[in-house]
Design a protein around this ligand. Structure first.
Ligand code: PLP
Length: 584
């Protein structure tokens, strides 16, 4: 290539691009100041630009006491499919212009930082996890293999170690891979199970209708996993749950296992959901383990896997070392009772062969930071092993590319999870979880004080309050009891379900418009269209015999009692408005 003494010179002898260089090189000159710098010294344009972008996006935050969305309006800025009618721009844009356009995309979206946001399991990521997951974006570690991850791999390895230790496993014998979500963990679990139960399936494919046993409360991603592995969604057997506790019914599980054994049909895995998304229901994993061991698969098949879908419930295990007698964090007696109950149920997690963890749920980390943790690294990494790769060379002791689903893997999730564990520690996680629970219990107590409102699911041990609001003057407790227990009140149940929906929609409309009650914007809450069936419809045969309820999920550390007082005021105002509209 030309040097500075040539007519068509591009670089001078210091490697700087000359003024009369061709256009591509002029572009490169500009890019040289807008890609991260190779050396120390000089202005760090990345840090400056990042600071600018963060300040710009922070500018979308509302004024104190403002609404629960970002920017000045919650308007959706596009129509569909017209939005797709676009082309790659001919010329490059300035970095500032692109960043400003990028920040604009966040306008109007629900604000996860707002104490008014309580519609779902949607946690605000902690600063340590945000920053930690941004760092690998600069130097691009690829945690596919050691050479391109080097010491960054410790984030995955130490996460696995810390989590295995938390569950009560031997951490150096266990292992973990970060993957693309709780549903990714589920898929990993199923693939592990298929490879173990059908040893030839990795080459020949799955040719036997082995069964996946889950409870009726299991997450719907069971469909993704059984569909995408080719096992088929029809091979999921849903074990009924106990009507009172919503846990997997052990008698029903045993009957199914017995029946399958008699017919010579293998079980691929049993999934214990350890903390459902809303109500925090845990399947009785110790008993499931006992039954699974009692009914081994027929000869010729491997041992069925026990997978714990703990993506929502895992962090209750941090109470493993909590002194419930001394209660050093000073939780209320009621919160302590619920915490202890949840811990008592999660603590059997060590019976699982593998566990799925979402840091982006009760680990308060950014998407996606899910960790699939397995007890027996030697087994998992062997039965999942795919040959040796000429293309990649082992230069460190840890090279997960031989058994991961993904090829290139970002380190962002692993750093987010790892940084969270280190930053919050057991006590920080306990304080955050217990704090949410205190807010939730306070919300319950508020609903209990209002005659025309009722807590619809008082026994749930999670973070949501499910409640129903009735037309003014109704005795909500009596009315709800009738709807729940007496088939003769079916019409009332259905009518009042629609009423919950109407109030829920009014609340959503008010959230979107930033509608104020007593000078304060309305919260962003949600409603459920059937978190349970009516007691007279326990088998669910009557599709309309389900219970709708309004729902608050106060995940945010800025939430507090006065926010919840305001929620009650807003819901009652929305109720009045709905009644007024109905009477017109
Ligand atoms: C959220 C959730 C999932 C799915 O996890 P993603 O991270 O959203 O993929 C699976 N199981 C349970 C119990 C969940 O709550």
């Amino acid at each position: 290539m030309a040097n500075s003494s040539d007519k068509n010179a591009i670089w001078n002898s210091d490697g700087e691009i000359l003024g009369n260089a061709p256009r591509w090189a002029a572009y490169r000159k500009q890019l040289n100041s807008e890609f991260p710098a190779p050396f120390k010294g000089g202005a760090d344009t990345l840090a400056e630009s990042m600071k600018k972008a963060v300040e710009m996006i922070d500018g979308l935050r509302p004024e104190p006491g403002g609404p629960a969305f970002l920017g000045n309006s919650s308007k959706l800025d596009y129509t569909y499919p017209e939005v797709k009618d676009c082309k790659i721009p001919e010329k490059s844009e300035s970095l500032d212009a692109v960043m400003s356009d990028c920040v604009k995309l966040f306008k109007g979206m629900p604000d996860v930082s707002s104490p008014l946001t309580m519609s779902n399991v949607w946690p605000q990521p902690n600063n340590a996890s945000i920053i930690a997951s941004m760092l690998p974006l600069i130097f691009a570690p690829n945690i596919i293999e050691g050479e391109y991850a080097w010491n960054v791999h410790k984030a995955e390895l130490e996460s696995g170690g810390m989590l295995a230790d938390l569950f009560g496993w031997e951490s150096t014998k266990a292992g973990a891979v970060y993957t693309y979500g709780g549903s990714g963990c589920w898929l990993y679990g199923l693939k592990y199970a298929l490879s173990r139960v059908f040893p030839g399936s990795r080459e020949k494919g799955v040719r036997v209708d082995g069964k996946v046993l889950v409870s009726g409360q299991a997450h719907y991603c069971r469909q993704n996993a059984t569909d995408w592995t080719g096992l088929g969604m029809d091979n999921v057997i849903v074990i009924p749950t106990d009507a009172e506790s919503n846990k997997m019914d052990l008698k029903a599980l045993e009957a199914t296992l017995k029946d399958l054994t008699e017919k010579g049909i293998p079980v691929v895995e049993v999934v214990c959901t350890m903390g459902t998304t809303d109500a925090s229901v845990f399947d009785p994993i110790a008993d499931v383990r006992r039954l699974l061991d009692k009914y081994p698969n027929p000869a010729g098949y491997g041992k069925a896997l026990l997978y714990a879908d703990a993506v929502c419930g895992w962090s209750w295990q941090t109470f493993r070392h909590y002194d419930f007698e001394k209660n050093p964090l000073g939780f209320s007696a009621e919160a302590l009772r619920v915490i202890r109950n949840n811990y008592e149920q999660i603590k059997g997690i060590h019976y699982a062969d593998a566990v799925g963890i979402d840091f982006h749920k009760f680990g308060f980390s950014p998407y996606i930071s899910s960790c699939f943790v397995y007890k027996d690294a030697a087994e998992f990494e062997n039965i999942m092993r795919r040959g040796s790769y000429a293309y990649l060379q082992e230069v460190t002791p840890y090279n997960p590319m031989y058994y991961t689903l993904e090829v290139s893997r970002s380190a962002a999730g692993s750093l987010a999870g790892w940084a969270t564990l280190k930053y919050l520690g057991l006590e920080g996680l306990q304080a955050v979880l217990g704090g949410i629970l205190e807010v939730r219990l306070y919300m319950d107590s508020l609903v209990e004080k209002v005659p025309d409102m009722v807590v619809a699911d008082p026994d749930n041990t999670g973070f949501i309050t499910l409640f129903r609001v009735y037309p003014k003057g109704t005795d909500a407790r009596e009315q709800f009891a009738r709807e729940l227990n007496d088939r003769a009140s079916r019409a009332d149940l259905i009518a009042n379900n629609r009423f919950q929906q109407a109030v829920g929609e009014k609340m959503f409309e008010w959230y979107l418009s930033g509608h104020k009650i007593n000078g304060k914007p309305s919260p962003h809450i949600a409603y459920s269209t059937g978190f349970r069936t009516a007691s007279w419809n326990a088998d669910g045969t009557d599709a309309e015999g389900t219970v709708y309820a309004l729902k608050t999920y106060p995940m945010n550390v800025y939430n507090n009692s006065s926010v919840m007082d305001h929620v009650i005021t807003c819901v009652l105002a929305a109720r009045d408005e709905v009644e007024k509209e109905m009477n017109n």
